[in-house]
Design a protein around this ligand. Sequence first.
Ligand SMILES: Nc1ncnc2c1ncn2[C@@H]1O[C@H](COP(=O)(O)OP(=O)(O)OP(=O)(O)O)[C@@H](O)[C@H]1O
Ligand SMILES: [Mg+2]
Length: 262
Amino acid sequence: MTEVITIANFKGGVSKTTTTVMFAYILSELQNKKVLCVDFDPQANATEILNKTFSEPVKAASNSFINGIRNMNLHIATTKLSKNLDILESNWDLSLFPEVAEDYGKDKQYLVLQALLHNVKSDYDYVLIDTPPTLSVFTNNAILASDYVVMVMQSQQQSYSSSIKFVSYLQQLRKDYKAKFDLLGIIPCLMKNTGAVDKEILKEAKKSLGNAMLINIIYNRERVKRFGKSGISNKDLWDTRTINMYDIVLKELLNRIQERDK
Ligand SMILES: Nc1ncnc2c1ncn2[C@@H]1O[C@H](COP(=O)(O)OP(=O)(O)OP(=O)(O)O)[C@@H](O)[C@H]1O
Ligand SMILES: [Mg+2]
């Protein structure tokens, strides 16, 4: 069965893209799963990092993502980065997506990606969708195409407040569209090992968001920044430790999926 997972939060710069590409890397390279990464953000950061990671794609797409959308055919827009990892690459022209979606009418404009993925998702074990930092036609389409939403939350007051609002937003969207997606979990991100304020905010978040908060944490690590700049690598001890930090969080999320599937 394919699991479609959106990584989101309407706050910017909280590590959505980094989390998406790290999960895509771990699932495809280390766990031998078939993965489609959907870069659904015209900023194209996920595309950039994965292109640096897999600098020689197995097969490049013949069309852009936006053309794939216009033609209702994602196959023509899929780039094969490695044996197990495919990507729908973003580009600035993806910013035209809201106009394309609008043509489907008020009721259907948020269900375009769901319809598109319906035809291709069975090729994959996981479809991971990266989203822009806005409540937009992009984010709504991503969420409504998903089985699960994973939120990333930075240990800052503003990020905590945004996360609370985002949870309410998800509940409303689920109700309005009679959708079936679940909030799989909230990942505490960019924690400084020793930050007292970070710890206080995390405690507060656990109180109000309860079980939605994951137990495992993503810490602020220089090596993650390096991955952003030069691509993900798994060559030395620091690479391995960094990948491991994400792997532990990913395992916690996958365990939750297993529990729910039971
Ligand atoms: N665990 C981490 N340790 C150190 N730096 C990190 C970590 N996670 C992300 N970063 C850095 O933080 C910055 C923002 O991360 P990222 O681009 O993933 O956030 P985002 O939520 O996708 O941003 P946007 O809202 O613009 O899409 C990047 O420079 C990234 O390299
Ligand atoms: Mg991003």
